[in-house]
Structure formats: C-alpha cells, structure tokens
Design a protein around this ligand. Sequence first.
Ligand code: NDP
Length: 276
Amino acid sequence: MSQVLRLGVIGDPVAHSISPAMQQPALDAMSVNAVYERWQTSASELPERIASLRAPCMLGANVTVPHKQAVMALLDDVSPLAQQVGAVNTIVSKDGRLSGDNTDVYGFATALLEACSDVANRRVVVLGAGGAARGVALALSQIGAPSITIANRNADRAHTLCKELGFANLQSTTLANAPFVDADILINATSLGWHAGETPIDQQALASLPPDALVVDLTYRDTDLLDAARDRGLATLDGLGMLVYQGALAFERFTGRPAPLDVMWSAARLARAPRL
Ligand code: NDP
C-alpha cells in the first residue's frame, strides 16, 4: 500500500478552522490517500513547522491567522500574486521545495462574481484595511470595479494599503466618512461580525445605500450586518463561498486533481458554526 500523505492547516488558534472538515471529505471523494490535520503553531514554532513540510510525505499546508505574512520568509518561492497581496495562505510541497501562493483572491473573486456578474459597473466600499481587505481590493481591481473606497477605523492603514497597491481607482477614508450613498457593493472585511452585537458601522448607514446594493460580509456565517441588510430588502452574501473557493483552488494545487466542489460546499455548510 502506498504511503499516507499529509497536509494540514497552520495557525494560532486553529481549533475553529473548518478547513479540515472541508478538505478531508474532498481528499476521500477523489481517492487521495492523505490525511488533513490541524497544526496549532505558535510564532516561535513556525520555522520548525514549515521545515517539517519538506518531508516526502507532505503535500503542503493552508496558512491562517496570524502567520500569513510571517511564512513568506521561510519558503523557497512566493508567487507574484501572493507578494502583491503580502500574504500566503497556501504552501505546496514538492520534491522538498516549498512554494507559497494566495488563493483568497481567487476565492473572493469567484464568490462575488457568482452573486453579481456586473462588478465592472459597480462602485465598491470596503470596510477594513487588514490582510483580507488587501486581497479583496486586489480582486476588485482585477475584475475591473470602477471605484473602490477603502474605509478603515485607522485611516493611515487604509491610506498605506491604497498607496502600496497603487491602483488609480482606489481611494481611502475613515469608517465614519465612507461614501455609503455611492456604494453599489458594500463589503465588510473587518474582523467584526463573528459575535452578536458586532458591526463595523452604524446599521443606519445601510439606509443610505442604493436600493439595489449588495452587502457582502467575509465572515462565513450570518452576521448582524447581513441581518440588517436583509431587513432593508438588500441582497447579501456571506464569506462561505470565498472560503470554499479558496480551499478548492488550494486542493487543486496540493493534489493536481480537480476539486469536488459539491463535496466541499456540503462539508463547509455542515461545519459552519452557529453565531456566537
Ligand atoms: P486583520 O486583523 O488583518 O484586519 C482586521 C481589520 O478589522 C482591520 O481593518 C481593523 O481596523 C478592523 N477592526 C478590528 N476591530 C475593529 C473595531 N472594533 N472597529 C472597527 N474596525 C475594526 O484581519 P483579516 O483582514 O485577516 O480578517 C478580516 C476578516 O475577514 C476576519 O473576520 C476573517 O475571519 C475574515 N476572512 C474571511 C475569509 C473567508 O474565506 N471568508 C478569508 C480571510 C479572512 P484597524 O486597522 O483600524 O485596526
């Protein structure tokens, strides 16, 4: 019998990650003889964890908070896209070499285009300027959104994001000054939303959105923001599609096989925890 291959998700914490629940059924469905594990890894343990991926039995790893930036220096090569985003979420191990890539950009773009086919005609406001917002801004620019405003609590961080990405259609502001009236698509890419009562903006702001606006939340379950948007009759999209599509592309990179999307969607829906 062939050797069991290994892969996993690296983060701190990783107990909450639904990647194992989504990737293992996908491996099984495609008859890949591999186990997908949870690799709780502190910052000081990161170099040793990454080095362990060079073993012949390793296919690679997904990387989550807070190591998406720190792993970049420990790899043999990093794709131009991951360098532009400044974050690696997928490491492929081949012949002892480790290559880093970013599949979050693809995951977000695929999920958004499924929900809204004319992004190229929509003005977008992104709440947040962290790692996820950076990938979202890049994806929106690639898709051709005509105007992208990054609105963040810390306005300097939003300004830096726009300057570093350098696209002409990007501008920055504070959360309070976000141009809601002009937001055909509003995207919550802050870390607020996982708990009841958490929203990055006053929900009254939703009243200023155009009536055909789409409200997106990267949180991969229902949030107060999405509830309030639905109450106002607005279209909504949560972050589960982004999670599934980034995982599907990572699966293809790890295994060289097509991702069984239906299996991954069902597993992700089952594993998604209820709101805290
Ligand atoms: P970061 O820590 O890099 O950024 C956090 C962002 O949230 C910053 O813009 C920060 O603003 C803002 N923020 C935090 N607290 C507050 C607050 N109290 N009020 C206003 N703004 C606040 O996180 P990530 O970018 O990595 O992740 C953001 C979210 O996206 C998370 O919920 C994550 O789970 C989700 N995500 C979902 C994915 C999916 O597949 N669906 C993939 C990746 C991420 P400031 O700069 O002012 O501190």
